[in-house]
Design a binder for this molecule. Structure first.
Ligand SMILES: Nc1ncnc2c1ncn2[C@@H]1O[C@H](COP(=O)(O)OP(=O)(O)O)[C@@H](O)[C@H]1O
Ligand SMILES: [Mg+2]
Length: 249
């Protein structure tokens, strides 16, 4: 766990002159799981979107394995494929089966043979407990199942880095766990991941490092024990208190 894989240098991002991210620098090592937390609107989603080139940035650079991701260029377009992203909304194609949904991009974008993509897809669907649903359509699946399909779809591209943006935020509580278990399994297998989540127990269990984002800056960058037990800033303390309840009686 020593090799640098992702490097972000002095990133600035604003929307119409309103700054969202100001001078963000970050280095992520191969195999590291970085959890990003912070109040709503602090720029977590924007940060992930800047990393995989979905947003233009005003200043700074993003490098994956030393190659530039941002700003946009033909070189960066190829590199961006090495960054997988899973969102809150799964955006599966409604008229395609689970299997068709997950083999589509590998065949189209990576020009892989159907036979080869299918073989890998079946193995991955099995790994997330969905091999029996390969011929189902998205409407026949629960939210948790759809989100697991979306994770398989991302894994099919063999990403070097995976970004997760509140992937369980829209799920019923009993489905949150089955999706988080898949991500925990990825962490055990040393995937490199940046995870935005409000599931604090999960964050603590999975993180090698926790970033606390507020006011356009990384306010804390520390190990999970330190962050959750004795946050270094008042802002982080206040943020963590919003997840606690006092006994009424
Ligand atoms: N496309 C957009 N155009 C203008 N402002 C945006 C856009 N996307 C996000 N913002 C603003 O940027 C800030 C950060 O948003 P976001 O990254 O979604 O925060 P978070 O994911 O932490 O809740 C918010 O103030 C939001 O209103
Ligand atoms: Mg967000």
């Amino acid at each position: 766990m020593s090799e640098e894989i992702l490097k972000i240098e002095h990133l600035y991002k604003s929307y119409e002159d309103i700054p969202v991210l100001e001078d963000i620098s970050l280095t992520v090592k191969k195999g590291e799981t970085v959890v990003i937390v912070g109040p709503s609107g602090c720029g977590k989603s924007t940060f992930l979107r800047c990393i995989n080139g979905l947003e233009d940035i005003q200043e700074g650079h993003v490098y994956l394995e030393g190659a530039q991701i941002n700003p946009a260029s033909s070189e960066s377009a190829v590199n961006r494929q090495k960054i997988g992203m899973v969102f809150q909304s799964y955006d599966l194609f409604p008229h395609k089966t689970v299997l068709e949904n997950v083999i589509l991009a590998p065949m189209k974008v990576q020009k892989r043979k159907k036979e080869d993509a299918t073989k890998e897809a079946l193995a991955l669907l099995d790994r997330v407990g969905l091999s029996a649903r390969k011929d189902s359509y998205p409407r026949q699946l629960s939210g948790g199942q759809k989100q697991r399909v979306a994770i398989v779809r991302a894994l099919m591209m063999h990403p070097e880095v995976l970004l997760f943006d509140e992937v369980t935020a829209a799920l019923d509580p009993e489905m949150v766990r089955e999706v988080l278990d898949v991500i925990l399994d990825l962490a055990r297998n040393n995937s490199t991941m940046l995870i935005v989540t409000h599931e604090m127990a999960f964050a603590r269990a999975i993180a090698d490092r926790v970033l606390f984002l507020d006011g356009g800056h990384i306010i804390e960058d520390t190990d999970p024990g330190q962050f959750f037990d004795s946050p270094g800033t008042e802002r982080a303390k206040k943020f963590l208190q919003t997840f606690e309840y006092e006994n009424v009686r």
